[in-house]
Design a protein around this ligand. Structure first.
Ligand SMILES: [Zn+2]
Length: 269
């Protein structure tokens, strides 16, 4: 069942992808901006991208936060920088699409054991994904830089006269959960991602060009040790030459068909 990228009919490739996912011992999914495009969230870079439109966020975002958390918090509560205003509005409006719901369905069918996402948009949670690792954080959450506990941004008591807020457990600084430029990936999330990808013999990569590390490394690692790599992207990427199967198209259309096929495999006849 191994093989390259022979030009078979799309349906044949889809059947084969469903079969491989179904036969795998433990499959994981890795998602990026491409799954959220149809929820109205443009990718950051490229034509129509958020950063193209509003300008790039500061490349020393984490450094700025840590060196002046009071000011960072004022900006967080009342954004003045265009890219942040634009990003917040876009994220606030977005709802999960068929791609998110199909991935949640694949999990409930047992075809996916865990999902790693580079997205901060909360949409996998809203779609009901349970075993979820948000490697770049979640815009609706806050995180303690000391004990790493997460809190709901909406419900966390914030005294604007006494910024920055402190952790109720360990009194350390609270920041937004989104991983800023220059900020290390929270170690417990990274460890969980490494744990599930070491266990995985199959990875479904959706809507990411797989150039952002460490996330891309998980897919490369699984493919290099002989695991199955199924890639879903509109166009081939740097990862495609390593892929067992490449399925070209939008995330929602392909994932919808894939989850239907797997459902049928579970209910023969
Ligand atoms: Zn804490």
């Amino acid at each position: 069942m191994s093989g390259g990228s022979d030009s078979k009919k799309p349906d044949t490739n889809l059947d084969r992808a469903a079969q491989l996912l179904n036969e795998a011992e433990f499959s994981i999914a890795l998602t990026g901006a491409g799954v959220s495009v149809e929820s109205g969230i443009p990718p950051f870079r490229g034509p129509g991208g958020l950063w193209t439109k509003y300008g790039e966020p500061p490349l020393d975002g984490y450094e700025r936060f840590i060196s002046d958390p009071k000011r960072a918090w004022e900006e967080l509560l009342k954004p003045t920088e265009d890219w942040l205003v634009g990003l917040r509005q876009t994220l606030g409006r977005a709802k999960p699409n068929v791609a998110h719901f199909s991935l949640a369905k694949l999990e409930s069918l047992g075809a996916i054991g865990a999902l790693i996402t580079q997205n901060v948009d909360d949409l996998h949670r809203q779609a009901g994904q349970r075993e979820l690792y948000e490697i770049h954080g979640n815009f609706k959450l806050l995180r303690c830089v000391g004990c790493s506990e997460r809190f709901s941004f909406e419900n966390f008591p914030i005294d604007v006269k006494s910024l920055p807020p402190k952790c109720p457990n360990c009194k350390e600084l609270i920041k937004d959960d989104t991983v800023h430029f220059g900020e290390p990936i929270p170690s417990e999330i990274l460890a969980s991602c490494e744990r599930v990808s070491e266990r995985a013999d199959c990875i479904l990569v959706v809507g990411t060009s797989a150039t952002v590390y460490p996330a891309a490394g998980f897919a490369v690692e699984i493919a290099r040790r002989g695991g199955t790599l199924i890639e879903i992207n509109p166009e081939p990427t740097e990862l495609t030459e390593l892929a067992t199967i490449f399925l070209g198209g939008t995330a929602s259309a392909i994932l919808n068909d894939l989850s239907e096929k797997i459902l049928r495999l579970h209910r023969p006849g």
